[in-house]
Design a protein around this ligand. Structure first.
Ligand SMILES: *Cc1c(COP(=O)(O)O)cnc(C)c1O
Length: 457
């Protein structure tokens, strides 16, 4: 059979309110043309993020009821620890409330002034936690990873020669660890190959630098390796994921992605001394080592989620549904970051509306058009998010691209929802010259994309 179906049935439904164009016009104006200010109930298809938005399975919900809420040594903790150990081979498993809590603990221990932490691309919370510690975060993704139309199969790869140069320049002693983000979220959800992970590992080992994964989307990365890397077709996603973890000395994970849960995180490591110090910090700020700021039921849901996510039928459907969205809009001429990534499609808004200059926010114009036309909520990743002038330095971090991200929640939407999204985007593309730029009427000092108010030009 050619059609790849959703490998699940729907047991419980959450109604979607189908708003009219007139209602959406009112909502959009009330929100000051900022979709972060729109109540979720007024959204038909919510593609703002794939983080914490997964639908849980019947087994996960059953686990929630079985959750053991004992303070220390709960049954749910032992199950969670066993699942993570088997999945990753890491001896030390620390539960945290979400990914950034793992990052905060790790970088408080190994960061600090004078330290440099390389990665392919640091995610924004990772970078923020590194910089908060006083250390410097450096992105070393391969050049192909920055070219929207380049169809390199592993655009998330870390450039090994750039890593060697960085080590030459700052000295291995200033690099407490090297990170690799799988898949590379900030770089378009693009995967990292096993070959690249092995090469990075080799360089790190030669210089005595530990290698950590930011492994939020480890399962999607493993399946893209299976599909795209020579010699990997015959292996299971589980075996590939295990090899990825075997190459690393530790990992931070937000379980809100491939953990298939709505809240939760993990910090993993091999080094006993580092783990002892991390456990002390965990107790200080998150909770005792057998619950880490979560309820026993959350640990059950994570244990089950980390098991289900490696199901090959699920991964095949998941990667296919994202690629399906990408290929269909691409066929109609819509410019996107190619090839489609693991969890989202990124539309190149600068190419989509060339008549709108970056100063008038082409990405925001497209985000508003998607909401107006079809009630779809996407997110701007361009001049609104990154173009703000820093009040201290007077500098603006001009973004390399004007993108609009359509992130697909896991197991939430069916093919007809995706078809509807394709249709909406293509219809807007056909009358793209009618889209209007925006100007900001009010903004906050930092992270303005959450609260800024706009008006149309
Ligand atoms: C989401 C994410 C994080 C942070 O996780 P939270 O659970 O949101 O704190 C870190 N790294 C990557 C790559 C992510 O996608």
């Amino acid at each position: 059979m050619k059609t790849i179906i959703e490998p699940f049935k729907i047991k419980m439904v959450e109604p979607i309110k189908l708003t009219s164009p007139a209602e959406r016009e009112t909502v959009l104006r009330q929100a000051g043309f900022n979709v972060f200010q729109i109540p979720a109930e007024q959204v038909i298809i919510d593609l703002l993020t794939d983080s914490g938005t997964s639908a849980m399975s019947a087994e996960q919900w059953a686990g929630m009821l079985r959750g053991d809420e004992s303070y220390a040594g709960a049954r749910s903790w032992y199950r969670f620890e066993a699942v993570l150990r088997e999945l990753t081979g890491m001896p030390h498993v620390l539960p945290t409330h979400q990914g950034r809590a793992s990052e905060r603990i790790l970088f408080e221990l190994i960061g600090g002034p004078g330290k440099v932490i390389p990665s392919n691309n640091h995610f924004d919370t990772t970078r923020a936690n590194i910089e908060h510690s006083g250390a410097r975060a450096v992105d070393l993704v391969i050049d192909e990873g920055k070219q929207p139309r380049n169809r390199h199969p592993f655009k998330g790869n870390l450039d090994v020669s750039k890593l060697e140069s960085l080590i030459q320049a700052v000295g291995a002693h200033s690099i407490p660890l090297c990170m690799v983000t799988v898949t590379n979220n900030s770089g378009g959800g693009q995967p990292v190959s096993l070959e690249n992970l092995r090469a990075v590992r080799e360089v790190c080992q030669r210089h005595g630098i530990p290698l950590f994964l930011d492994a939020c989307r480890f399962a999607e990365n493993a399946y893209l390796i299976k599909q795209r890397e020579a010699g990997q077709r015959g292996r299971t996603a589980r075996a590939i994921a295990r090899e990825m973890f075997d190459l690393a000395d530790g990992a931070t994970i937000s379980a809100k992605k491939d953990g298939l849960v709505n809240i939760g995180g993990v910090l993993l490591m091999r080094n006993d001394d580092l783990a002892r110090r991390a456990n002390n910090l965990l107790i200080l700020t998150e909770g005792f080592v057998t619950y880490g700021g979560l309820a026993g039921r959350d640990l059950e849901a994570m244990a089950q989620g980390f098991t289900e996510v490696l199901d090959e039928a699920y991964l095949n459907y998941r990667l296919r549904s994202v690629a399906y969205l990408g290929e269909h809009v691409l066929a109609a001429g819509v410019p996107i970051v190619e090839p489609p990534g693991g969890h989202a499609i990124y539309v190149d808004a600068a190419a989509f509306c060339p008549h709108i200059p970056p100063a008038q926010f082409p990405g925001q114009a497209l985000v508003c058009a998607l909401y107006r036309h079809a009630g779809i909520r996407a997110v701007e990743i361009g001049s609104v998010m990154f173009g703000q002038v820093d009040p201290d330095t007077g500098e603006s971090a001009a973004p390399p691209m004007e993108l609009v991200r359509l992130a697909i929640p896991r197991r939430v939407y069916t093919q007809s929802h995706i078809d509807y999204t394709v249709e909406a985007l293509v219809e807007i593309y056909q009358r793209r010259d009618t889209l209007r730029g925006l100007r900001i009427v009010s903004e906050s000092q930092a992270l303005r994309h959450f609260t800024a108010q706009f008006e149309e030009i």
